[in-house]
Design a protein around this ligand. Structure first.
Ligand code: HEC
Ligand code: HEC
Ligand code: HEC
Ligand code: HEC
Length: 168
């Protein structure tokens, strides 16, 4: 084979390699995310099926005032700064990659913090280490704001509206 053809094939090979890593570097997200996590020994409540596509697209369009930071309404970086310019195909970490402790903060830990008169900031920081606390604050925080602004009940704030009642 001619050297120039081999050279061209080598270039093409390298180009394809780059193209494929560009595709696979991004994380895909299903339209509805089943919020089951391996880090949990057991989910005590029914597992939430989160309507990601509706939230990221439809609701964002319908309610721009709640989505000033775009995808950053929910996704942020390692310092907690909103990822405003995130777009489909970008690499995204699970919430539990940083909010690492499964479940809500145990009562004992809450009591202990209160007993040592921890400041609100300290308590909040400790709470946010727990996956379910961070998730609840994010979901319910926006839903409460929505309810206040619109008087609508379309964004749920009670347990059974998010957690299906029959345990799986
Ligand atoms: C209302 C909150 C919310 C909005 C807005 C949102 N996301 Fe998400 N996104 C989530 C949650 C919750 C998950 C699930 C993460 C988990 O399982 O820990 C997720 C997961 C993802 C994942 C998959 C990550 C993985 O591997 O688990 C990608 C990719 C993603 N989102 C991209 C986006 C992009 C791009 C936008 C903006 C167009 C966006 N998201 C807007 C809440 C949101
Ligand atoms: C790369 C690490 C990382 C990932 C991934 C991550 N967070 Fe966070 N998050 C942080 C940090 C750091 C803070 C700031 C904590 C502090 O103030 O102590 C934070 C703060 C928060 C807060 C409090 C916000 C406030 O205004 O005080 C909520 C709620 C939250 N995260 C929810 C989530 C949710 C939901 C996801 C997944 C969609 C997520 N986080 C993914 C690191 C992360
Ligand atoms: C930035 C704001 C925002 C955040 C954050 C958010 N939501 Fe919502 N959510 C809404 C709005 C707005 C509606 C109602 C939209 C409508 O009907 O017009 C809604 C509706 C819902 C509904 C009922 C309709 C449906 O799509 O199933 C569920 C369930 C829900 N959200 C779950 C969640 C969960 C779980 C999270 C956290 C992982 C979350 N939401 C985070 C804004 C938000
Ligand atoms: C806006 C939706 C929403 C509401 C309202 C809500 N949760 Fe959750 N909760 C979630 C999501 C999403 C998770 C993430 C993991 C999962 O789906 O189990 C979670 C996780 C949890 C967990 C840890 C996982 C487990 O199953 O052990 C507990 C405990 C929990 N929630 C209890 C409650 C209780 C109690 C209420 C009512 C006071 C409540 N939640 C209201 C969305 C919600």
């Amino acid at each position: 084979m001619k050297k120039s053809i081999l050279f061209a094939m080598a270039i093409l090979g390298v180009a394809l390699l780059f193209a494929s890593t560009a595709i696979y570097a991004g994380t895909k997200v299903p339209d509805v995310v089943k919020m089951e996590k391996d880090a949990y020994k057991e989910h005590t409540k029914g597992i939430v099926e989160f309507t990601h596509k509706k939230h990221a697209e439809d609701y964002a369009k319908k309610h721009p005032d709640l989505y000033k930071d775009g995808c950053g309404a929910c996704h942020h970086d390692k310092d907690g700064k909103p990822l405003k310019n995130l777009k489909a195909g970008d690499d995204v970490k699970d919430c539990i990659a940083c909010h690492k402790k499964p479940g809500e903060m145990p009562r004992d830990e809450k009591k202990a913090l209160r007993a040592k008169k921890a400041s609100r900031e300290e308590v909040k920081k400790a709470e946010l280490e727990y996956h379910a606390e961070a998730i609840h604050e994010n979901c319910k925080g926006c839903h409460r704001e929505f309810k206040k602004k619109t008087k609508s009940r379309a964004a749920p704030t009670t347990c059974s509206q998010c957690h299906p009642t029959e345990k799986k």
